[in-house]
Design a protein around this ligand. Structure first.
Ligand SMILES: [Zn+2]
Length: 402
């Protein structure tokens, strides 16, 4: 995930509303109902998927890969191309697994996107595409200190390889063609994905769905252990049914958010969003190890990363095989579930007020925003104005705590 911090913090003082006793009662009912929902089934604790994910993360975050910059990035690219070959994929870029990204000076190369594919088998759908992508670069070695980037984004790359393996070893080929892409230079303003969108290996209007994951092995602020955040369904609401299906009975909560909760495009979905390609962005969010030398493999929650990988794999398969896929919706359709996501996160953060050393101002804004979210959920409806206020407060809270 690239550092989207902006210089000026938004000041968003806003009037605090009082809740009516009725909305408090309704909100309490919703909370009770939520709390009594069935416990999810257990996933196998040690399994082959998880072992492969651990191996990929361990390899990409090892000192030999030098935080996947410079020579380390070249080594990582060679390793990933070997994996593409071992899985039995075809090259994506005119017979090659690599797409060099030219540097400023003529004849120079500043990075390399990686890509592989499985051809679709349906005569009518095989020219349509699903893309599963993750960036493999990270921050490198700075002043002699290694930034291993285990979560950012070795976990996402491990997911991409697992999805590829699942498609390659499934009994039947997908109906649509599926591309697996490793982006370079994400940490430098999404340069790799911007370059690919400008020089796409397939017509972008034939991309039915672009899915990327960036950081899927930790917990937001170290405390939102249950959640994976999913952005992008507002532009293709039909994707929600596939996500629900893929996440059913799994011990991770899929938490929907509109992409506008982040002020900038923070990962490789950005260039696809700009081109109005339906997309999904999965992330467990910023955590205390984000962009630090502590982003090491031994502190990843592999059980969680494995579950999220399976969810993404299943959504990709649905998109590859469905008779129809959701089209781009230019007017964002924001579900009520977004207010539930914000409520859940705020409750988690406020429940850890001391360990997180929340400032009084941050805690105050969180409580007030939590009240707003609960009132919205209690009424079972959210107006555009209420949503705008909720998102604005959430953005300010994110800026205050990160
Ligand atoms: Zn990053």
């Amino acid at each position: 995930m690239h550092d989207g911090r902006i210089g000026a913090r938004e000041a968003a003082a806003r009037p605090r509303r009082r809740l009516s006793p009725l909305s408090i009662r309704l909100a309490a009912t919703v909370l009770l109902l939520t709390a009594t929902s069935a416990a999810p089934a257990q996933e196998p604790a040690h399994d082959a998927d998880r072992q492969r994910i651990e191996a990929v993360v361990g390899r990409l975050a090892s000192p030999a890969m030098q935080g996947r910059r410079g020579e380390g990035a070249e080594k990582a690219a060679a390793y990933l191309v070997d994996e593409f070959r071992r899985i039995g994929l075809e090259p994506l870029f005119d017979g090659k697994f690599t797409q060099p990204i030219p540097g400023k000076e003529p004849g120079t190369v500043q990075g390399t996107n990686l890509g592989a594919m499985i051809r679709g088998a349906d005569p009518k759908l095989k020219d349509d595409w699903v893309i599963v992508a993750a960036h493999y670069d990270h921050l490198g070695v700075r002043r002699g200190v290694l930034y291993p980037g285990a979560d950012d984004n070795a976990t996402g790359v491990a997911m991409m390889l697992e999805a590829a393996r699942a498609f390659a070893s499934a009994g039947a080929p997908p109906r649509r063609s599926v591309a697996f892409i490793g982006f370079d230079l994400e940490e430098i303003g999404l340069f790799g994905s911007r370059y690919l969108v400008a020089h796409p290996p397939m017509p972008l209007e034939r991309v039915a769905l672009f899915i990327t994951a960036d950081m899927i092995g930790r917990a937001m602020m170290g405390v939102c252990k249950q959640q994976v955040f999913v952005l992008g369904t507002e532009h293709a609401p039909g994707l929600r049914a596939w996500i629900d299906e893929a996440a059913r009975d799994r011990p991770v909560r899929v938490s929907l958010l509109g992409s506008d909760v982040l002020i900038l495009n923070r990962s490789d979905y950005g260039p696809f969003r700009t081109r109005q390609v339906p997309y999904l962005f999965f992330s467990t969010g910023e955590n205390p190890c984000y962009h630090s030398p502590d982003d090491r493999p031994e502190t990843i929650d592999y059980a969680k990363a494995t579950v999220i990988t399976r969810i993404i794999r299943d959504v990709a398969r649905s998109a590859a095989d469905a008779a129809e896929t959701p089209r781009w919706n230019p007017n964002p359709d924001n579900p009520l579930a977004e207010a539930a996501t914000i409520r859940d996160v705020l409750k988690e953060l406020l429940g850890n007020e001391r360990p997180l050393k929340l400032s009084g101002a941050a805690a105050y804004l969180m409580r007030s925003t939590l009240g707003d979210a609960e009132a919205i959920l209690g009424r079972g409806a959210m107006t555009p104005a209420e949503r705008a206020r909720l998102i604005q407060s959430t953005r300010v809270i994110l800026l205050m705590i990160q």
